[in-house]
Design a protein around this ligand. Structure first.
Ligand SMILES: Cc1cc2nc3c(=O)[nH]c(=O)nc-3n(C[C@H](O)[C@H](O)[C@H](O)COP(=O)(O)OP(=O)(O)OC[C@H]3O[C@@H](n4cnc5c(N)ncnc54)[C@H](O)[C@@H]3O)c2cc1C
Length: 435
């Protein structure tokens, strides 16, 4: 068994029987022996087990890293699915283009962006990644190749966007980019003292800014925090110099550095940080990808790993539901290190199992303290379930089948599209009979 294939939060810890490389997009799929199943593995930036297949096989896709076509006039690009968003950015930003939706790290593959239908800070304005996908090729385990778009094989298109890698291997994807004038953003930070203030501020900010996201202090009930708004900068007479700096957490720490004391100190210092006055220019890398500045930051949680928890609550119950969750978290003494709050807009997602939908989404990180953490997450689940919300599979290592089915009512329709040789730890967990 190989135990070196992990997702970003290092949970669950599992062994894989086979790790197979997909070397070119034109070959047949490398399949494990017998009837063993497989799941594509992009860059393992999911938190949890959508990209893991305990006791069976993962198909590594990173060798599929070629740019196939780029129409610089209209910003349409075709890439192999193992290409990193970071590499795409290097190619397209200097040409005046930018991905229409980007997650909070650029070290994800394009296949992973499709299969989790990832969203960014501009969902209220632009929708999620899948809304900008024009077509892709899907390679099935029987060798069949399907070209999928909203017009051709439309049902396969909808099953594969947000389809958690279960419908087959995406070999290449064509999608549209946004025009930009330069690599800089105009940004502004707004401090808020309470959640009520956040909702008012956010409603105004969303009318004015295409990108908005808030950090909130989960160690307090009040829900104080900072809203970060941004837009791509218009042409500038002169651009400031910018250099990418990296730090590293070089070794696996045997224990977590995150505890109630370090959390309180971090949250206080972060809340009190000096915000530049008014609007200012920021390079796109620190604006979109602040965590990428510390390589291997997941190691600060120690070898036991951590849980990410991301939910979405419908608009009419968001304010009460989020306040309730904040009370639970602050009361547990396990305040999250990184708590991110944002609202999704009303643009319908393209995928049957896409997570983004109208409402407010809260993302949280908790060190793995075993039962204590799981009890808190179960309490948060009750709030999400009674609000009619959903949990994000890309950030999940423990949701129950009932929670999944409630949050993703199209799950049954999806069954017809799952490749018989594909499965994942996540998929078996949410489908196992509940006792
Ligand atoms: C710091 C950080 C910030 C993040 N911020 C956000 C955010 O703001 N918004 C958001 O939506 N997500 C966010 N994420 C989650 C991340 O964007 C997604 O989990 C993404 O899908 C990971 O891509 P990956 O290439 O690492 O894929 P993996 O994690 O390896 O796999 C993800 C899924 O895609 C499938 N897959 C991968 N490649 C293929 C392929 N070629 N064909 C078919 N299926 C495939 C896998 O089977 C799996 O189901 C964040 C993650 C981190 C670590």
């Amino acid at each position: 068994m190989r135990d070196d294939i992990r997702s970003w939060n290092r949970l669950p810890t599992v062994g894989h029987r086979h790790v197979l490389e997909v070397r070119t997009r034109n070959d047949r799929l490398p399949l494990p022996p017998g009837d063993e199943t497989c799941i594509p593995f992009g860059n393992g930036r999911s938190y949890g087990d959508v990209c893991l297949n305990p006791g069976a096989t993962v198909l590594r896709t990173r060798a599929l890293d070629h740019l196939i076509a780029f129409d610089r006039a209209c910003g349409r690009v075709t890439c192999e699915s193992g290409m990193l968003l970071a590499d795409l950015l290097e190619l397209v930003v200097p040409q005046g283009w930018f991905p229409a939706a980007t997650p909070g790290t650029r070290f994800v593959t394009l296949g992973g962006c499709v299969a989790n239908d990832v969203h960014g800070k501009n969902h209220h304005d632009t929708g999620s990644f899948g809304n900008h996908v024009r077509s892709f090729e899907l390679l099935r385990s029987d060798g069949q190749r399907l070209t999928c778009s909203a017009e051709h094989n439309a049902d396969w298109f909808a099953a594969t966007i947000g389809g958690l890698g279960l419908t087959g291997l995406i070999t290449q994807v064509t999608f549209d980019l946004l025009p930009v004038s330069n690599p800089f953003m105009i940004t502004q930070g707004y401090r808020f003292a309470t959640l009520d203030e956040f909702w008012r501020l956010n409603a105004c900010a969303e009318r004015e800014w295409p990108y908005t996201v808030a950090w909130i202090d989960c160690t307090r009930h009040s829900g104080r925090g900072i809203l970060f708004a941004g837009q791509h900068a218009p042409p500038q007479p002169e651009l400031p110099p910018w250099k990418d700096h990296h730090r590293d957490v070089p070794v696996d720490l045997p224990f977590s550095c995150i505890n109630s004391l370090s959390l309180r100190v971090f949250n206080e210092v972060y809340y009190r940080q000096k915000l530049p006055r008014g609007r200012h220019l920021t390079h796109y890398v620190p604006y979109f990808y602040p965590l990428d500045a510390v390589k291997n930051w997941n190691r600060i949680y120690g070898t036991r790993g951590f849980y990410q928890y991301q939910c979405v609550l419908p608009p009419q119950v968001s304010a009460d539901g989020i306040a309730d969750m904040m009370r639970q978290i602050a009361g547990s003494g396990m305040g999250s290190f990184l708590a991110v709050l944002k609202t999704f807009g009303s643009r319908p997602a393209s995928g049957m199992l896409s997570f983004p939908r109208p409402g407010a989404t809260l993302a949280l990180d908790f060190p793995n303290l075993g039962e204590k953490t799981l009890r808190l997450l179960n309490r948060l689940d009750s709030i999400v379930a009674s609000s009619g919300g959903a949990l994000y599979p890309a950030k999940d290592a423990r949701m129950s089948g009932a929670m999944f089915r409630r949050g993703f009512p199209q799950w049954e329709k999806m069954l017809a599209f799952i490749d018989p040789r594909f499965s994942s730890g996540f998929w078996r967990r949410v489908n196992e009979p509940e006792g």
